[in-house]
Design a protein around this ligand. Structure first.
Ligand code: C2O
Length: 362
């Protein structure tokens, strides 16, 4: 896990990312005072009390649900108006991404890893970390509007109807200006996208063709190319390692990275917002992207026989890895990978939809 007392300025880009430029940045929280922070251990709800009350629905089907949209917009508006240093503010919520994914903390480790940054991308920490990130974000949004059943939507880009940026993210509090104008609706997301394609005169294919490409790639990354957890979950990051291990799992590479880069604006220096780690979570669609990534993890587990609490790896170095988040009561909570495994116990679920990629074997 990270050592919370080591937060330091960092660089906006890690060596392996395809961006044209980078800059120094400081995403650390303002120092509260000289006291040690009070840290609570996360308590997983007991299996009986954890009936899923938060049902995450596909974003493209919510365009007419006025009541829901009013709530969601209101919660985000409240977040945006909080003082920037408040742990529930839109600003601090988005800085979590910079802290954990641009390496603002060093690792907390007794064995000589003290100066090694703690970073969750490109490794088996990717899915558990982002599961908790959206989990707490969702609970905070619900708390701000007094609704403990509030659920984030998911961007269902693994289904042709859901491939464009969902309309609900094109207006109100959910809109973000820093996106690629070529990729606004009705353009379907390109799961095979990389920005360097643009330099080689790449022209995006017609929508139906792109949708077929997407489904075939999803089949590969969810099924045929992801038969083993090593392939799906990413590199087994060990204490004291960072860059040496970098190796994203199939779904982290695509659709995860490709969707980020596809939404970000390549006319901006680092493809802000979604196309770069430090700014990605400033765009509200980030959270719908990550609920879908989280859902793809859950679907992969189901397809490959990992039920309930059965982990992908029995390795204690994975299960005991941990992160810190502010919960909906603004308490600082320590959560472990172990607690991320059994989604059903976390009290949310995904509305089921057809999975056309299951029949899209290339
Ligand atoms: Cu920490 Cu979508 O990434």
């Amino acid at each position: 896990g990270p050592n919370l007392s080591t937060c330091h300025p960092t660089s906006s880009q890690n060596a392996d990312t395809p961006h044209r430029s980078s800059h120094e940045l400081n995403c650390c929280p303002a120092l509260p005072d000289s006291r040690e922070p009070i840290i609570k251990d996360f308590q997983l709800p007991s299996p009986s009390s954890a009936s899923p009350v938060r049902i995450r629905r596909p974003a493209h089907r919510l365009a007419l649900d006025k009541e829901y949209l009013t709530k969601y917009n209101k919660a985000v508006a409240i977040m945006k108006r909080l003082p920037p240093d408040h742990p529930h503010s839109w600003h601090r919520q988005s800085q979590i991404h910079c802290i954990y994914c641009n390496g603002a903390y060093n690792q907390a480790s007794a064995d000589g890893a003290a100066d090694v940054p703690f970073m969750v991308h490109g490794s088996w920490l990717f899915f558990p970390f982002h599961r908790f990130y959206v989990y707490f974000h969702e609970r905070i949004l619900g708390k701000l509007i007094g609704d403990d059943t509030f659920a984030l939507p998911y961007w269902n880009y693994d289904s042709p109807d859901g491939m464009p940026i969902p309309d609900i993210y094109m207006k109100g509090e959910l809109h973000d200006e820093k996106r690629a104008t070529r990729h606004l609706p009705p353009a379907p997301v390109a799961i095979d996208y990389t920005p360097d394609k643009l330099d080689t005169g790449y022209v995006e294919p017609p929508a139906a063709e792109q949708a077929a490409i997407n489904l075939a790639l999803l089949y590969q990354h969810m099924v045929s190319g992801a038969l083993k957890p090593e392939l799906f979950m990413g590199c087994k990051l060990r204490p004291g390692e960072d860059g040496a291990c970098f190796g994203p799992g199939t779904v982290e590479a695509a659709p995860h990275n490709s969707v980020h880069l596809w939404v970000g604006n390549t006319d901006l220096p680092e493809y802000e917002d979604m196309g770069t780690i430090y700014a990605a979570a400033r765009d509200p669609v980030f959270y719908a992207h990550h609920t879908n990534i989280d859902r793809l993890w859950a679907l992969w587990r189901r397809l490959h026989g990992y039920r309930g609490a059965r982990p992908e790896f029995d390795d204690p170095q994975w299960l005991d890895s941990h992160f810190y988040f502010y919960d909906e009561n603004a308490d600082l909570v320590r959560v472990g990978v172990r607690d991320a495994i059994d989604m059903d116990r976390l009290g949310y679920a995904y509305e089921e939809v057809d999975l056309p990629w299951l029949d899209a074997r290339p």
